[in-house]
Design a protein around this ligand. Structure first.
Ligand code: B12
Ligand code: SF4
Length: 498
């Protein structure tokens, strides 16, 4: 999980097969502090989104090096290799590009890092795709066919998102992911936090939404009990979210999504989410210090109110996976213990931690660069598990040690136990999930390598779905029969949840 597969320089390749495109998600080293499981939870949509607009006379092959099946294939030798590039795996993407270009393939690089650092990527590609690949891919292939490939193609994200076809999930190895249903209903976010990749210079991504019916149809068609919304923030437009829930409810499936905590401004909406199958939310709390959030320009409720908002989600049977950024300018050495305490007190079922990382071309990066605080530009370590800048109130080493400490504390038996749900009947499934997900990295390695992820997890997910449907039925009955404000859930009723 830490080293990419070997690319043998001596291998001679077969002749190029015309109209054959290989799409690659390059290898990145896995952080041993966190769960390996998250890497096979659900696939990125980077490649499947534009694979969907490939002309019919082209063959498409998909390869994700992180599924531990070895290096990407070269028999047949593709005419075009499309590689998605993030800063953490840019070096690997360039190695792959070099290998295929030397053997005659045309290599197209696209993705976030190409958008933020095009000059760095250009020497490694026959063509760069800067921006929305769905607009660019058919043009690129047509130009390959006519022998007139340009070195750079650019598209914005301003076109109506409803026009995009559904991602081409059929090319994914289904057995390798817990679920292949990565869904994306919206692009963009109503916030523009200074540290987020959405604040990258030159990136204009207005909040765009697909029709709820399109999303429901995609979810239905992929035939999985569980879907993961990978939107930056599914809660940016509450009217839309409500409509989306209405479309998802009849599917009787379960799903999770990233939302900002201000979604709890409307308690009725939280009930609507639960009734539509939402069993977990990924919430970017980022920090428990208001000054940090204000400086990052995140529009968010006061941190003192976070606990009440978490309770509101829990009271509707929605688990909370909190995301916390460590190393902001107002963070002192006590930030690790304080954050862990808060997570345990509020019984967050899951939490992920990120060392503050200035992504190139964001306001945070410019500010750190201006003030001479960047330690280096080794992008492989810009993975949110390393301190790449000089923190304000501690050393970079202390920040990294604190990061490791907080992960080990949250994955400890004591912490898992402290965070168990209040409701006794929900404890066993919570413990099973926690142990399997967080404390089984060796097993994950084995499952991934043997392509058993889906087979092992599907029955567990199906069980959660059935339990959730029972819970939902009671929730719906309660809504119609009892004259209570929609967000107050009877504690006795909560015993049935999960
Ligand atoms: C799914 C996901 C994951 C998955 C899968 C990751 C993978 N690479 O396999 C998991 C959970 C494993 C994961 C892990 C991590 N992730 Co992640 N992840 C995402 C997420 C939520 C969705 C990605 C996606 O599918 N986007 C939708 C597609 C359609 O958009 P896109 O990638 O931009 O692709 C479009 C264009 O760029 C272009 N395009 C892209 N590639 C190509 C290639 C070609 C040839 C062409 C023509 C076009 C093209 O066309 C596409 C259609 O428009 C994003 C946030 C987001 N909503 O985008 C974060 C995000 C990509 N992750 C991020 C990070 C930091 C990580 C981690 C490092 C975090 C951590 N510490 O754990 C890890 C490790 C992964 C790594 N080293 O990169 C950051 C990256 C920041 C940056 N500047 O690079 C993001 C943006 C989240 C954030 N808000 O900060 N992640
Ligand atoms: S709320 Fe989240 S997705 Fe939106 S800009 Fe801030 S960090 Fe990015």
């Amino acid at each position: 999980m830490t080293h990419p597969p070997l690319l043998d320089p001596a291998v001679s390749a077969p002749p190029i097969r015309p109209r054959h495109a290989l799409l690659v998600n390059p290898f990145y080293p896995k952080d041993p502090n966190a769960s390996f499981g998250k890497h096979v939870l659900t696939p990125t949509l980077a490649l499947t989104s534009f694979a969907a607009v490939t002309p019919g006379h082209w063959e498409v092959q998909y390869w994700d090096e992180n599924l531990l099946g070895g290096r990407p294939p070269f028999r047949p030798m593709p005419e075009v290799v499309g590689i998605t590039v993030h800063l953490t795996f840019a070096r690997r993407a360039f190695e792959l590009a070099h290998w295929y270009r030397r053997r005659g393939s045309k290599v197209i690089l696209g993705g976030l890092h190409v958008l933020s650092c095009p000059e760095e990527c250009a020497p490694h590609a026959d063509a760069l795709a800067v921006g929305d690949g769905v607009r660019l891919w058919p043009r690129i292939l047509a130009d390959v066919e006519s022998g007139r490939l340009n070195s750079k193609y650019t598209a914005t994200y301003e076109i109506d998102y409803r026009e995009d076809p559904a991602p081409r999930r059929g090319i994914l190895p289904r057995q390798s992911f817990l679920t292949t249903t990565s869904l994306m209903a919206t692009r963009g976010c109503h916030n523009r936090c200074g540290f987020c990749y959405l604040a990258t210079e030159g990136l204009r991504m207005p909040y765009r939404m697909r029709d709820p019916a399109q999303i429901a149809a995609e979810f239905e068609a992929d035939d999985q009990p569980y879907g993961v919304f990978i939107d930056n923030n599914l809660g940016s437009n509450r009217g839309y979210l409500r409509n989306l829930c209405q479309a998802l409810r009849p599917l009787n499936k379960i799903w999770s999504a990233a939302v900002s905590i201000d979604v709890t401004d409307d308690p009725g909406l939280i009930r609507t989410l639960a009734l539509a199958g939402c069993t977990g939310v990924f919430v970017g709390f980022e920090s428990l210090t208001d000054e940090n959030l204000a400086e990052a320009r995140k529009k968010t409720p006061q941190t003192a109110d976070y606990a009440r908002r978490v309770r509101l989600l829990h009271d509707n049977g929605i688990q909370v996976n909190g995301s916390f950024v460590l190393g902001f300018d107002h963070d002192r050495k006590d930030v690790f213990a304080r954050t862990a305490e808060w997570i345990e007190e509020n019984r967050l079922e899951c939490a992920t931690f990120h060392i503050l990382t200035p992504y190139p071309a964001t306001p945070l990066f410019r500010q750190m660069e201006r003030t001479g605080r960047l330690l280096h530009r080794d992008w492989t370590r810009y993975d949110t598990a390393h301190a790449v800048f000089r923190p304000n109130h501690m050393s970079a080493e202390e920040l990294e040690e604190g990061y490791q400490w907080i992960y080990s504390r949250l994955f400890s038996h004591a912490s898992i136990w402290r965070r168990r749900p209040e409701d006794g009947q929900a404890v066993l499934p919570y413990l099973a999930m926690s142990y399997l997900y967080k404390r089984s990295n060796r097993i994950w390695h084995l499952l991934i390598k043997s392509h058993l992820v889906h087979a092992v997890w599907r029955p567990l997910v199906e069980l959660s779905r059935v339990r959730h449907l029972r819970y939902r039925q009671r929730l719906a009955e309660l809504e119609t029969s009892v004259n209570k404000p929609p967000f107050v859930v009877d504690r006795a009723f909560r015993r049935d949840r999960m």
